[in-house]
Design a protein around this ligand. Structure first.
Ligand code: ATP
Ligand code: MG
Length: 357
């Protein structure tokens, strides 16, 4: 019997509701398996930790995570703490500390979900967005001078390294190759950004030669947003820079019906460190503590976690259970126009799992 060590970091707001729900579902899977089980360790990092200790996580926090097989994360964000502190102090610290350079976001319209694009059939929207997760616009390089003076100035430098672009391109081409259509769209902005994005394009051409069976094209990020809305079926796998993919993937999640459904994985493809799985939504303090949080984004992230562990059958069973639950409007949370609670959705997924075991 294999034992997977899972670190759980609920973080802030509804993270404290959806991560325990994710744990419940993992327990349900383990209960019906005689080949694996989970050993959870919970970390109470985030806004509360910040108020008590002046930091979002302990200075040696990464050491506590290092030996884990995966991390299940909720969200970081607190109305009383500036966003750049909550983001850089926890989530990005883990992403960067463990070089989780590939951020992967699958998007599909799940059964029973009323998505906003009326002309789009569910089968027309089936994407994976691969986001560069370690450098680019969010590399943190920049500065601010002459604060408060008329000549005040600030920069955020988008730094891209050849090695960084090559590895994310290679990961994206591999991802595209693993999917039935073998189709990749490289999102760029090299018409306006004349240095880094031109290198980005050149590296796409170079890496494409390693993947002759992948069909690929190039799209400007502005045009990509329109194409996602107007011609969704022409897209399959997309790769974009840190900032571009951040924006495109929120659009993708909205087009699929709700922010509450969308999952993401921060992957270290070389498996030197644990990878981290999380719903894409934030801490949503407006609905916290009332049982209104949709746990589906977390459950889908758990599917990705299981795939990463190589537990493909368990991943398939969980995805099937999620789809059986979303197909039933009586089990929709408020964000989907329903009345079901976080606990009811969680229990419904667990009972579907019990049926498929
Ligand atoms: P953060 O500052 O951490 O990004 P946020 O409060 O901006 O958090 P978002 O995740 O950006 O929250 O979500 C925006 C709104 O969408 C929330 O205020 C909430 O009403 C709704 N929402 C987000 N996630 C969920 C969910 N899982 N279930 C139900 N509603 C959600
Ligand atoms: Mg937000």
């Amino acid at each position: 019997m294999k034992t997977y060590k899972i670190a759980c970091i609920p973080g802030d707001g509804i993270g404290k509701e959806v991560v325990p729900a994710g744990q419940t579902v993992l327990e349900a899977l383990a209960a019906s398996s005689n080949t694996f089980k989970f050993e959870f360790e919970n970390f109470g990092w985030g806004g509360d930790w910040y108020r008590a200790h002046g930091a979002m996580m302990p200075a040696d926090g990464l050491d506590a995570l290092r030996g884990k097989d995966a991390i299940l994360f909720g969200s970081a964000g607190d109305p009383d703490i500036p966003d750049h502190i909550t983001l850089w102090g926890l989530r990005l610290k883990i992403c960067q500390g463990f070089d989780q350079y590939a951020n992967v976001r699958p998007t599909r319209i799940l059964p029973g979900i009323d998505a906003p694009l009326k002309r789009c059939r569910p089968e027309d929207l089936d994407w994976v967005i691969v986001r560069e997760n370690s450098e680019g616009e969010y590399s943190g390089v920049g500065g601010r001078v002459h604060q408060g003076q008329p000549i005040e100035a600030a920069t955020d430098l988008s730094m891209m390294t050849r090695a960084g672009v090559e590895r994310i391109m290679r990961y994206a081409f591999k991802q595209a190759q693993s999917r039935p259509r073998k189709l990749l769209t490289v999102v760029t902005k090299s018409n306006a950004q004349r240095h880094a994005m031109v290198m980005w394009d050149e590296i796409a051409v170079q890496i494409s030669k390693e993947f002759p069976d992948v069909t690929w094209d190039k799209e400007l990020v502005d045009a990509a947003t329109a194409r996602m809305v107007n011609r969704p079926a022409t897209l399959d796998t997309l790769v974009a820079t840190n900032l571009h993919a951040d924006i495109l993937s929120d659009l993708a999640a909205a087009l699929a019906g709700s922010l509450g459904i969308a999952p993401t994985a921060n992957i270290d493809p070389e498996r030197r460190y644990p990878s981290m799985f999380e719903p894409i939504h934030g801490s949503a303090f407006d609905i916290m503590g009332r049982g209104l949080a949709n746990p589906v984004g977390t459950f889908w992230s758990v599917v990705m976690l299981l795939e990463h562990l190589g537990e493909l059958e368990a991943a398939r069973r969980l995805m099937q259970a999620i789809e059986q639950v979303t197909a039933n409007p009586a089990l929709h949370t408020r964000d989907l126009g329903g009345k079901a609670t976080t606990t009811e959705v969680t229990q419904a997924v667990c009972s579907q799992l019990a049926k498929s075991s």
